[in-house]
Design a binder for this molecule. Structure first.
Ligand SMILES: [Fe+2]
Ligand SMILES: [Fe+2]
Length: 281
């Protein structure tokens, strides 16, 4: 489905010249899944004891460790947004339009995960506030992916598509076992990260279709950087560097294939290979 949409847009983008770009901004409409956080998980949500009783202790421990990382990574979206916004003169209108919607979603994820973390691990909001305020956001280690709007978009697509599969795994492994509210949080995370990928891909096609040939080497560069970093620098991008050991070794390469296939730049991995990205553990 997504591949078909992009095929049509690829043909459209190829016909755009500069004089048509001004009109094209009006054609770009970033999309958003609409869900109300208070209707999904309340501030004081309590997970019923029977869910905790059924979960093996090591699984609960792992979920708590995972949430302790993911909650703050989502909040780091604000730091990335602030960094990009300080350079907004270099960015296209379509990118900035997408970014505003993206930030609203990521901050909603931050809040949804704060609520989840609290009811799963018993950590108070005040303690989370303290941890988050103490974070240092470093852009220098990842500056090669922050060169321009194109490299940021490709990095964002890599991150968002990686999150689709990692959250899909975590939904099955963790979120699904703690009642309907926590399960719905996991489902919306997967859906939203997919939408973020789609919106970024559309901006890329509209604004940078002449640079599509750069995508494959750039994606490899991003994956290599993530591997080399070995740690996450609290700037939203490449947050999976902090948990690479969790994923199958071929994870990043398959994600790259998935992305290239969306742009008609390669074959989509087989269903079995895609399943191996989230059905493990
Ligand atoms: Fe997110
Ligand atoms: Fe996202």
């Amino acid at each position: 489905m997504m591949a078909c949409i992009f095929q049509t847009q690829l043909k459209f983008a190829a016909r755009l010249d500069d004089s048509m770009k001004a009109t094209a901004i009006h054609l770009f409409n970033p999309r958003q899944n609409l869900w109300n956080i208070d209707e999904v998980i309340g501030l004081d949500h309590v997970v019923a004891p029977q869910y905790f009783d059924k979960i093996p202790a090591p699984v609960l421990k792992d979920f708590r460790v995972l949430l302790a990382r993911d909650v703050y990574s989502e909040g780091d979206a604000q730091a990335l947004y602030d960094y990009i916004w300080a350079r907004k003169g270099e960015m296209s209108e379509a990118f900035l339009k997408m970014l505003n919607l993206w930030l609203a979603d990521e901050l909603k994820h931050y809040e949804a995960l704060r609520r989840t973390y609290r009811c799963i691990a018993g950590v108070s909001y005040a303690e989370m506030d303290r941890c988050f305020e103490a974070r240092v956001h470093e852009t220098q280690p990842i500056e090669r992916v922050l060169r321009d709007e194109f490299t940021m978009l490709v990095t964002l697509m890599f991150d968002e598509m990686s999150s689709v599969y990692s959250y899909r795994h975590d939904l099955r492994e963790y979120y699904a076992h703690f009642g309907p509210a926590v399960q719905r949080v996991g489902r919306y995370l997967v859906k939203d990260e997919g939408m973020h990928f789609r919106n970024a891909a559309q901006v890329l096609l509209q604004e940078h279709s002449h640079r599509l040939w750069e995508m494959e080497p750039l994606l490899q560069d991003i994956a290599n950087l993530e591997k080399r970093l070995g740690k996450y620098y609290n700037t939203f991008f490449l947050d999976h560097a902090q948990e690479r050991f969790r994923f199958p070794s071929h994870f990043a390469q398959v994600i790259i294939q998935v992305i290239l296939a969306q742009f008609g730049l390669g074959d989509r991995p087989s269903t079995k290979t895609l399943q191996s990205l989230w059905q493990w553990g």
